[in-house]
Design a protein around this ligand. Structure first.
Ligand code: PMP
Length: 390
């Protein structure tokens, strides 16, 4: 199963009720919704973590109990992603942003080569700017002249065959653009920021040298960042890096180099268990996610221009649906009415404005269904006002 694969449409009503049934439907771009069964277990663990005898907030990171938590979490990633041999699973701090720096520090500094970066949106642009502080960067494609409304075709990407690596962002969280294919040739060392879509669908990890994702979208709370890195990339890391910025410190210590984010890792364990046991793995998760996105895009497309999606159709994200209203003056009213109706987190990113519905793993099909009904109802109530003619 690979990311290139698309799924047939499903009826949302036939999908299992998995995830959050809190009073409010959370469509936040991140930190995002977490599954309700996980939140229930977290509440118990704050009182007393099962097997630890104390609150999860007071467990020693040097305890045998916590080492087992790290091992099981790692094992869950390995199983969910069918991780091939030769990859390390690391749990770091510093968010996605620290990876923007650690990657060029470890894999570009002192190599005498340049790196290829794609600038496809707000976050990849940030990554590029940080890499420039460490070494030579070629921008192999950039989309800001088109308002980051689409992704490049393969022909448009100018790759340097001698580049140390290619860096790109699989899902641009702000603009709602997602690659539904793997980029580059088999010679390309691919490095990918999957902060907003890791564990949302199956991927072929072996086609990447390094994958990273902070937790606060699909994996858990903020505070921990997952790095999957192929062993051979560790060979040429320059000497003298601060230990906290050198991947090898975390490989050698099994992610317990210093005090790790114990709580965030524990929640990630519960989320990955939920994915394995309640959802049934990433194929099942992908079907649910595809159905959710498809349902919402259908509402936008069927609105006679009342709602306008930001991304080109082929590059639409299953995770983040960025859109506007043809009548911009209605956006504030929509947000206010949505808030009253129990929907939260729908404001667009500050850099883009408009609206954004994030449909991460824990956002239930039922929540998406409710949002779609709300949007359709809002349109019917306001289309005259917006000058819509049908
Ligand atoms: N990459 C992507 C794709 C993101 O969406 C974000 C933040 N939402 C980041 C990187 C930065 O992550 P952090 O805030 O954890 O540094």
């Amino acid at each position: 199963m690979v990311v290139d694969m698309l799924y047939p449409p499903f009826s949302l009503t036939t999908l299992p009720n998995v995830g959050s049934f809190a009073n409010r439907h959370n469509f936040s771009g991140g930190p995002g919704a977490l599954p309700e069964p996980v939140l229930e277990q977290v509440q118990e663990a704050i009182a007393e973590a099962p097997g630890a005898g104390v609150s999860i907030l007071g467990v020693s990171h040097r305890s045998a109990w916590f080492r087992e938590i790290v091992e099981e979490t790692e094992e869950n990633f390995r199983t969910l992603l069918s991780l091939p041999k030769g990859y390390h699973v690391l749990f770091l701090q510093g968010g996605g942003s620290l990876q923007f720096s650690m990657i060029p520090m470890n894999l570009l500094r002192g190599r005498g080569r340049s790196s290829d970066y794609l600038e496809t949106g707000y976050w990849s642009r940030k990554a590029t700017a940080e890499a420039r502080k460490e070494g030579a960067v070629r921008v192999a494609w950039q989309g800001d002249h088109e308002d980051f409304s689409r992704l490049p075709t393969n022909d448009e990407i100018a790759l340097d065959p001698y580049a140390a690596y290619l860096h790109y962002v699989s899902n641009e969280t702000v603009e709602g653009l997602q690659f539904h294919r793997v980029l580059g040739s088999e010679e390309t060392l691919r490095i990918c920021d999957m902060s907003s879509d890791l564990l949302s669908r199956p991927i072929d990890v072996e086609r990447f040298g390094l994958i990273y994702a902070h937790a606060q979208k699909n994996l858990g709370p903020s505070g921990v960042t997952v790095v999957l890195v192929r062993d051979d990339l560790l060979r040429d890391i320059p000497a003298g890096l601060p230990a906290m910025l050198d991947y090898r410190s975390f490989v050698d210590s099994h992610s317990i180099y210093n005090t790790p984010p114990v709580f965030a890792i524990y929640v990630m364990l519960l989320v990955t268990r939920w994915l394995r046991q309640d959802i049934g793995g990433l194929d099942a998760m992908a079907q649910i996610n595809y159905a959710k996105a498809e349902r919402l895009y259908r509402v936008l497309d069927g609105s006679a221009g009342f709602y306008q999606g930001h991304a080109d159709k082929d590059d639409r994200s299953w995770m983040n649906v960025a859109f506007r209203l043809a009548d911009r003056t209605l956006e504030a009213r929509l947000l206010a009415e949505a808030g009253e109706a129990g929907f939260t987190g729908l404001e667009g990113h500050r850099s883009l404005g408009g609206l954004r519905a994030s449909l991460y793993n824990a956002v239930t099909p039922q929540a998406v269904d409710a949002l779609c009904s709300f949007l359709e109802d809002f349109r019917l109530r306001h289309r005259e006002f917006a000058g819509e003619r049908e």
